[in-house]
Design a binder for this molecule. Structure first.
Ligand SMILES: CC(C)(COP(=O)(O)OP(=O)(O)OC[C@H]1O[C@@H](n2cnc3c(N)ncnc32)[C@H](O)[C@@H]1OP(=O)(O)O)[C@@H](O)C(=O)NCCC(=O)NCCSC(=O)CCC(=O)c1ccccc1C(=O)O
Length: 283
């Protein structure tokens, strides 16, 4: 299989962003802290994901971490304030992108990943721990290297993610296992993760990118709208009104392409009564 030739797709501080062959790759680039995310990291991931969504050449997105040691170790505990992630007025460089009142930047990013109509694939080498584990859980697929280690640590460091971090994990591995993962804060190998349905494939570290790209290329051969509708369908029930809204608006997008919908628009523009009589009242 031909190696992929990534091209840089923007300048960032905490992430790297590349594109090639219809694939966008977002790499958390803080290996010195096992790719922990600070506010700026999340802001930049969000910008890149938005770009990948808007780019009509892009069909699949890879989320990964720099280096072999970690996908992501979660929120940066060294810039965590007492009320969320804050600006440090005495040292603004310490928390670039931090808020002046405490907040969690990752909340909106989780929703953005969930609503992104293109498949997101986690490419995991090393640790996917804490909020880093939640990021891979939120990806649509996960390809893991043999050295990958998975786990939640919230109750050990005074944190918890009762949002998608609990609900989507439960969907993946079942409620008993999800509670075990959160309550005991154990670590799981890539093989154990595969057995519990937490990842899609495990490959040797040196083949991780090749295998991930192979999965992406396979998806790129498929109908983009069908993939979009499937992602929305998988989430419709779990995401409540927001999930139904995504699916319903996508249905409306298709409806706009029909003569029936166009008759309503054209009648308004032509200042006449719409004539829907020729359209079937489907049984
Ligand atoms: C990941 C480890 C298991 C890796 O262990 P090891 O390979 O032995 O490396 P270390 O020597 O421990 O680490 C190297 C270096 O990196 C620093 N580092 C590692 N992780 C972090 C981190 N998360 N934050 C800051 N710094 C980190 C480490 O200190 C070392 O630097 P030195 O200068 O040499 O000291 C291990 O490192 C580990 O266990 N890391 C901590 C994992 C952790 O506690 N993560 C945070 C969990 S809580 C969380 O992620 C919440 C985030 C979130 O999604 C969320 C959800 C809902 C609401 C709010 C939030 C929110 O954002 O807070």
């Amino acid at each position: 299989m031909a190696a992929i030739e990534w091209k840089e797709a923007g300048e960032f501080t905490d992430i790297k962003y590349h594109k090639a062959e219809g694939i966008a790759k977002i790499t958390i680039n803080r290996p010195e802290v096992r790719n922990a995310f600070r506010p700026l990291t999340v802001i930049e991931m969000s910008r890149a994901l938005d770009d990948a969504r808007e780019d009509t050449e892009i069909g699949v997105i890879i989320l990964t971490g720099e280096g072999p040691d970690a996908f992501c170790s979660g929120g940066d505990q060294k810039v965590r304030g007492d009320t969320g992630y804050l600006e440090d007025p005495e040292n603004p460089q310490r928390t670039p992108g931090g808020a002046s009142v405490g907040r969690f930047h990752v909340t909106d990013f989780h929703v953005q990943m969930r609503r992104c109509p293109k498949p997101i694939v986690a490419m995991v080498a090393g640790y996917a721990i804490g909020g880093g584990h939640v990021l891979h859980v939120l990806c649509d697929l996960t390809i893991a290297a043999e050295n990958a280690i998975f786990g939640q640590v919230g109750p050990r460091v005074g944190s918890f993610d009762g949002g998608y971090g609990a609900s989507v994990l439960t969907q993946l591995v079942g409620p008993k296992k999800a509670k075990e993962i959160w309550f005991l804060c154990r670590r799981y190998t890539a093989r154990e993760a595969l057995e519990m349905g937490l990842v899609n494939a495990v490959v040797p570290l040196e083949r991780l990118e090749e295998e991930t790209v192979r999965w992406c290329r396979e998806m790129l051969e498929k109908s983009p709208f069908a993939l979009r509708m499937l992602k929305a369908s998988f989430h419709a029930h779990e995401d409540g009104f927001a999930g139904i809204q995504q699916l319903a608006h996508d249905a409306n997008l298709l409806f706009y392409g029909t003569e029936e919908a166009q008759e309503g628009r054209d009648a308004f523009k032509e200042k006449r009564r719409p004539d829907f009589s020729k359209f079937p009242r489907r049984p």
